[in-house]
Design a binder for this molecule. Structure first.
Ligand SMILES: [Zn+2]
Length: 178
C-alpha cells in the first residue's frame, strides 16, 4: 500500500527507443538534482543508474531533511520526505525479469508498480514515466494513484530537462475529467 504509479509493458522493449529514453532519464536526474531533489541508487545510496539496459534510482536515504519539516497545508499535496527521501526504487529494464507468472496479464503485458509515497524523488519518477510514455506510445500504459495535478511538476521537469512537454497519460486525463 502507499502512493504509487503503475506501468504496464511488454516483456521486451525496443532497444533503440530504450536508449533514447535512458538518455532522457539522465537529463531528468541531473536537472532534478539542480532543483535540490536528493537522488541516489536503488538502495538510497550511491548513484542513479541510466544505462542502455536499465534505469534505476531512488531518493537519498540520508537526505538530512528534518523529520519535523511539515508540508505547507496551502500547497497542493506537497512532496515531503519525513526525514528519509528514499522509498521503493524506480526500476525499468529493457527486458522485464518476471519472477512470477502472476505478473503476466492476459494480454501478454507485465505490470510494474512504483511506490514513491509522494516523496521528493516522485517528481523525477513521474517525469521519467511521462517520457517513457512519450517515447513508446501505446506500447506501454501508465496509471497512478495521483490525479493530473500530482503530475504537473513532473511534466514541467520533463520540459526543462528534455525540451519536451509530454502529454498526460490517458488514464490520468480521464480521472481528472470525472
Ligand atoms: Zn528528505
Amino acid at each position: 500500500m502507499g502512493y504509487a504509479h503503475s506501468l504496464s509493458r511488454p516483456l521486451r522493449l525496443d532497444a533503440d527507443l530504450f536508449a533514447q529514453w535512458s538518455a532522457d532519464c539522465q537529463w531528468i536526474v541531473a536537472y532534478a538534482r539542480t532543483l535540490g531533489v536528493k537522488l541516489a541508487g536503488p538502495d538510497g545510496s550511491g548513484r542513479p543508474v541510466t544505462s542502455m539496459t536499465q534505469v534505476l534510482f531512488n531518493g537519498r536515504e540520508r537526505c538530512r531533511h528534518q523529520r519535523a519539516q511539515r508540508p505547507d497545508p496551502a500547497a497542493n499535496r506537497p512532496r515531503w520526505c519525513g526525514g528519509r527521501c528514499a522509498h521503493d526504487s524506480f526500476s525499468v529494464e529493457l527486458e522485464y525479469d518476471p519472477y512470477s507468472l502472476w505478473e503476466r496479464s492476459r494480454d501478454g503485458s507485465y505490470l510494474d508498480r512504483f511506490t514513491t509515497a509522494h516523496k521528493p524523488y516522485d517528481v523525477a519518477v513521474t517525469a521519467c514515466l511521462l517520457m517513457l510514455s512519450h517515447r513508446f506510445g501505446p506500447t506501454i500504459s501508465v496509471t497512478s494513484d495521483g490525479g493530473a495535478s500530482q503530475w504537473h511538476d513532473g511534466r514541467h521537469l520533463a520540459l526543462l530537462a528534455c525540451g519536451v512537454f509530454p502529454p498526460l497519460p490517458r488514464s490520468l486525463t480521464r480521472s481528472s475529467a470525472a
